[in-house]
Design a protein around this ligand. Structure first.
Ligand code: PGA
Length: 256
Protein backbone atom coordinates (compact mmCIF):
# COMPACT_ATOMS: atom_id res chain seq x y z
CA UNK A 1 0.00 0.00 0.00
CA UNK A 2 1.13 3.52 -0.68
CA UNK A 3 2.18 5.47 2.36
CA UNK A 4 -0.20 8.43 2.50
CA UNK A 5 0.91 11.52 4.38
CA UNK A 6 -1.72 14.20 4.99
CA UNK A 7 -0.22 17.57 5.84
CA UNK A 8 -1.76 20.95 6.60
CA UNK A 9 -0.29 22.79 3.65
CA UNK A 10 1.53 22.50 0.35
CA UNK A 11 4.46 24.24 2.00
CA UNK A 12 4.85 21.48 4.59
CA UNK A 13 4.39 18.89 1.83
CA UNK A 14 7.25 20.49 -0.09
CA UNK A 15 9.44 20.39 2.99
CA UNK A 16 8.79 16.70 3.54
CA UNK A 17 9.49 16.00 -0.13
CA UNK A 18 12.74 17.95 0.13
CA UNK A 19 13.74 15.72 3.02
CA UNK A 20 13.35 12.63 0.81
CA UNK A 21 15.46 14.22 -1.93
CA UNK A 22 18.10 15.43 0.53
CA UNK A 23 18.51 11.96 2.02
CA UNK A 24 18.77 10.38 -1.41
CA UNK A 25 21.41 12.83 -2.62
CA UNK A 26 23.40 12.55 0.61
CA UNK A 27 23.64 8.86 -0.18
CA UNK A 28 24.07 9.23 -3.96
CA UNK A 29 25.27 12.65 -5.13
CA UNK A 30 24.63 11.64 -8.75
CA UNK A 31 21.15 10.26 -8.05
CA UNK A 32 18.62 10.13 -10.88
CA UNK A 33 15.54 12.25 -10.25
CA UNK A 34 12.31 12.01 -12.19
CA UNK A 35 11.06 15.56 -12.61
CA UNK A 36 7.48 16.74 -12.95
CA UNK A 37 6.15 20.04 -14.27
CA UNK A 38 2.93 21.89 -13.44
CA UNK A 39 1.98 23.76 -10.28
CA UNK A 40 2.20 20.77 -7.97
CA UNK A 41 5.99 20.33 -7.63
CA UNK A 42 6.62 24.04 -7.00
CA UNK A 43 6.54 23.78 -3.17
CA UNK A 44 9.08 20.95 -3.43
CA UNK A 45 11.41 23.01 -5.62
CA UNK A 46 11.06 25.97 -3.24
CA UNK A 47 11.86 23.85 -0.18
CA UNK A 48 14.77 22.19 -1.94
CA UNK A 49 16.24 25.48 -3.13
CA UNK A 50 16.11 26.77 0.46
CA UNK A 51 18.30 23.86 1.56
CA UNK A 52 21.07 24.98 -0.74
CA UNK A 53 22.23 21.43 -1.43
CA UNK A 54 24.88 20.60 -3.99
CA UNK A 55 22.72 19.02 -6.70
CA UNK A 56 25.17 19.65 -9.54
CA UNK A 57 25.77 15.95 -10.17
CA UNK A 58 22.12 14.93 -10.03
CA UNK A 59 20.73 13.59 -13.28
CA UNK A 60 17.14 14.38 -14.20
CA UNK A 61 14.46 13.08 -16.54
CA UNK A 62 11.25 15.01 -17.01
CA UNK A 63 8.03 13.07 -17.31
CA UNK A 64 6.74 14.70 -20.44
CA UNK A 65 6.99 17.37 -23.10
CA UNK A 66 4.57 18.97 -25.52
CA UNK A 67 4.94 18.29 -29.22
CA UNK A 68 4.85 21.23 -31.59
CA UNK A 69 6.07 24.14 -29.46
CA UNK A 70 9.11 25.91 -30.86
CA UNK A 71 12.37 25.49 -28.96
CA UNK A 72 12.56 28.07 -26.20
CA UNK A 73 8.78 28.53 -25.99
CA UNK A 74 8.06 29.68 -22.42
CA UNK A 75 5.62 26.82 -21.88
CA UNK A 76 7.71 24.03 -23.35
CA UNK A 77 8.56 21.72 -20.50
CA UNK A 78 12.26 22.10 -21.28
CA UNK A 79 11.89 25.82 -20.58
CA UNK A 80 9.63 25.25 -17.56
CA UNK A 81 11.98 22.69 -16.01
CA UNK A 82 14.94 25.00 -16.59
CA UNK A 83 13.16 27.97 -15.01
CA UNK A 84 11.47 26.19 -12.11
CA UNK A 85 13.90 23.43 -11.19
CA UNK A 86 17.28 23.49 -12.94
CA UNK A 87 18.16 27.11 -12.12
CA UNK A 88 16.79 27.43 -8.56
CA UNK A 89 18.13 24.03 -7.48
CA UNK A 90 21.52 24.34 -9.11
CA UNK A 91 21.02 21.29 -11.32
CA UNK A 92 23.33 20.93 -14.32
CA UNK A 93 21.27 21.62 -17.45
CA UNK A 94 23.18 19.11 -19.58
CA UNK A 95 22.29 16.35 -17.10
CA UNK A 96 18.55 17.08 -17.25
CA UNK A 97 16.48 15.69 -20.10
CA UNK A 98 12.96 16.01 -21.40
CA UNK A 99 11.46 13.56 -23.89
CA UNK A 100 12.39 14.43 -27.45
CA UNK A 101 15.26 16.75 -26.55
CA UNK A 102 17.94 14.68 -28.25
CA UNK A 103 17.52 16.37 -31.61
CA UNK A 104 16.16 13.25 -33.31
CA UNK A 105 12.76 12.81 -34.96
CA UNK A 106 9.61 12.48 -32.84
CA UNK A 107 9.22 9.01 -34.28
CA UNK A 108 11.40 6.80 -32.10
CA UNK A 109 11.87 9.51 -29.46
CA UNK A 110 10.09 7.37 -26.86
CA UNK A 111 12.41 4.41 -27.32
CA UNK A 112 15.45 6.68 -27.28
CA UNK A 113 14.27 8.28 -24.02
CA UNK A 114 13.73 4.86 -22.45
CA UNK A 115 17.28 3.89 -23.48
CA UNK A 116 18.69 7.11 -22.00
CA UNK A 117 16.96 6.45 -18.67
CA UNK A 118 18.09 2.83 -18.64
CA UNK A 119 21.69 3.87 -19.37
CA UNK A 120 21.79 5.78 -16.08
CA UNK A 121 20.68 2.70 -14.14
CA UNK A 122 17.14 3.99 -13.75
CA UNK A 123 15.28 6.67 -11.85
CA UNK A 124 15.84 6.66 -8.08
CA UNK A 125 13.06 9.01 -7.07
CA UNK A 126 10.19 10.01 -9.33
CA UNK A 127 8.26 13.18 -8.48
CA UNK A 128 4.64 13.04 -9.64
CA UNK A 129 1.60 15.27 -9.71
CA UNK A 130 -1.80 14.02 -10.77
CA UNK A 131 -4.25 15.61 -13.19
CA UNK A 132 -7.97 15.89 -12.64
CA UNK A 133 -8.39 13.17 -15.26
CA UNK A 134 -6.26 10.94 -13.04
CA UNK A 135 -3.29 11.18 -15.37
CA UNK A 136 0.27 10.90 -14.15
CA UNK A 137 2.75 12.26 -16.61
CA UNK A 138 0.47 12.77 -19.60
CA UNK A 139 -0.84 9.23 -19.41
CA UNK A 140 -4.48 9.99 -20.00
CA UNK A 141 -7.30 7.55 -19.18
CA UNK A 142 -6.95 4.40 -21.24
CA UNK A 143 -3.16 4.35 -21.06
CA UNK A 144 -1.75 0.87 -20.77
CA UNK A 145 -0.46 0.08 -17.31
CA UNK A 146 2.68 -1.25 -19.03
CA UNK A 147 3.14 1.70 -21.40
CA UNK A 148 6.57 3.11 -22.26
CA UNK A 149 7.54 6.63 -23.33
CA UNK A 150 5.50 7.49 -26.41
CA UNK A 151 3.36 10.05 -28.18
CA UNK A 152 -0.06 10.70 -26.62
CA UNK A 153 -3.01 12.89 -27.51
CA UNK A 154 -4.08 15.16 -24.67
CA UNK A 155 -7.68 15.12 -23.45
CA UNK A 156 -9.77 18.26 -23.75
CA UNK A 157 -9.89 18.40 -19.93
CA UNK A 158 -6.11 18.50 -19.71
CA UNK A 159 -5.87 21.11 -22.48
CA UNK A 160 -8.46 23.24 -20.64
CA UNK A 161 -6.58 22.80 -17.34
CA UNK A 162 -3.32 23.87 -18.98
CA UNK A 163 -4.84 26.71 -21.03
CA UNK A 164 -4.10 29.03 -18.09
CA UNK A 165 -0.46 28.92 -19.14
CA UNK A 166 -1.18 29.93 -22.75
CA UNK A 167 -2.80 32.90 -24.47
CA UNK A 168 -5.74 30.77 -25.60
CA UNK A 169 -6.98 27.19 -25.63
CA UNK A 170 -6.09 27.01 -29.33
CA UNK A 171 -2.43 27.53 -28.44
CA UNK A 172 -2.32 24.46 -26.16
CA UNK A 173 -0.70 21.59 -28.05
CA UNK A 174 -2.77 18.52 -28.80
CA UNK A 175 0.07 16.04 -28.54
CA UNK A 176 2.89 15.25 -26.20
CA UNK A 177 5.63 12.78 -25.48
CA UNK A 178 5.23 11.21 -22.06
CA UNK A 179 6.92 8.57 -20.00
CA UNK A 180 4.56 5.60 -19.82
CA UNK A 181 3.00 4.07 -16.75
CA UNK A 182 5.44 1.19 -17.13
CA UNK A 183 8.32 3.69 -17.22
CA UNK A 184 7.09 5.39 -14.05
CA UNK A 185 6.66 2.05 -12.31
CA UNK A 186 10.33 1.24 -12.95
CA UNK A 187 11.48 4.16 -10.77
CA UNK A 188 12.65 2.95 -7.37
CA UNK A 189 10.53 5.35 -5.29
CA UNK A 190 7.45 7.31 -6.32
CA UNK A 191 6.64 10.60 -4.61
CA UNK A 192 3.14 11.73 -5.58
CA UNK A 193 1.93 15.16 -4.49
CA UNK A 194 -1.56 16.64 -4.78
CA UNK A 195 -3.07 19.82 -3.39
CA UNK A 196 -6.58 21.25 -3.38
CA UNK A 197 -10.05 19.80 -3.66
CA UNK A 198 -9.91 19.66 -7.46
CA UNK A 199 -7.51 16.71 -6.98
CA UNK A 200 -9.51 14.90 -4.26
CA UNK A 201 -11.36 12.51 -6.56
CA UNK A 202 -8.21 11.65 -8.54
CA UNK A 203 -6.27 10.96 -5.34
CA UNK A 204 -9.03 8.79 -3.88
CA UNK A 205 -9.18 6.84 -7.12
CA UNK A 206 -5.42 6.50 -7.37
CA UNK A 207 -4.91 5.34 -3.79
CA UNK A 208 -8.10 3.44 -2.99
CA UNK A 209 -9.90 2.75 -6.25
CA UNK A 210 -9.52 -0.29 -8.45
CA UNK A 211 -6.30 -0.47 -10.45
CA UNK A 212 -7.46 0.57 -13.87
CA UNK A 213 -6.16 2.25 -16.98
CA UNK A 214 -9.32 4.39 -16.69
CA UNK A 215 -7.60 6.15 -13.81
CA UNK A 216 -3.91 5.97 -14.71
CA UNK A 217 -2.74 7.22 -11.32
CA UNK A 218 -4.06 3.99 -9.81
CA UNK A 219 -1.00 2.31 -11.36
CA UNK A 220 0.88 3.45 -8.25
CA UNK A 221 -0.82 0.58 -6.42
CA UNK A 222 1.39 -1.79 -8.41
CA UNK A 223 4.57 -0.18 -7.07
CA UNK A 224 6.30 -1.39 -3.88
CA UNK A 225 7.49 2.03 -2.63
CA UNK A 226 5.14 4.98 -2.98
CA UNK A 227 4.77 8.06 -0.81
CA UNK A 228 1.66 10.13 -1.44
CA UNK A 229 1.86 13.59 0.11
CA UNK A 230 -1.37 15.58 0.10
CA UNK A 231 -2.99 18.51 1.82
CA UNK A 232 -6.30 18.19 3.68
CA UNK A 233 -8.33 19.26 0.66
CA UNK A 234 -6.77 16.70 -1.68
CA UNK A 235 -7.24 14.06 1.06
CA UNK A 236 -10.90 14.89 1.57
CA UNK A 237 -12.29 11.91 -0.37
CA UNK A 238 -9.95 9.28 1.08
CA UNK A 239 -11.96 6.68 2.99
CA UNK A 240 -9.09 5.62 5.19
CA UNK A 241 -7.66 9.04 5.98
CA UNK A 242 -7.79 8.39 9.73
CA UNK A 243 -5.75 5.26 9.32
CA UNK A 244 -3.13 7.04 7.17
CA UNK A 245 -2.81 9.74 9.83
CA UNK A 246 -2.49 7.12 12.57
CA UNK A 247 0.14 5.18 10.61
CA UNK A 248 2.19 8.31 9.91
CA UNK A 249 1.97 9.57 13.50
CA UNK A 250 3.05 6.15 14.80
CA UNK A 251 5.73 5.30 12.26
CA UNK A 252 8.61 3.38 13.72
CA UNK A 253 11.99 4.93 14.35
CA UNK A 254 13.63 3.27 11.35
CA UNK A 255 10.91 4.75 9.12
CA UNK A 256 11.63 8.34 10.20
P1 PGA B 1 -0.76 20.62 -11.88
O1 PGA B 1 -0.87 19.47 -12.96
O2 PGA B 1 0.39 20.28 -11.02
O3 PGA B 1 -0.52 21.87 -12.66
O4 PGA B 1 -2.05 20.63 -11.13
C1 PGA B 1 -0.68 18.15 -12.54
C2 PGA B 1 -0.85 17.25 -13.72
O5 PGA B 1 -1.61 17.60 -14.63
O6 PGA B 1 -0.22 16.19 -13.73
Amino acid sequence: MAEVVILPSAVSAGELGAEFVARLVADRPDAVLGLATGSTPLPLWTALAARDLDLSRVRGFALDEYIGLPAGHPQSYRTVITREAVEPLGLTAALVHVPGDDGGPVEGAGARYEAAIAATGGVDLQVLGIGRTGHIGFNEPGSSLASATRVKTLTEQTRLDNARFFDSLDDVPRHCLTQGLGTILRARHLLLFAFGDSKAAAIAGAVEGPVSSSLPGSAIQLHPLVTVIVDEAAASQLQHADYYRFAWDNRLDFER
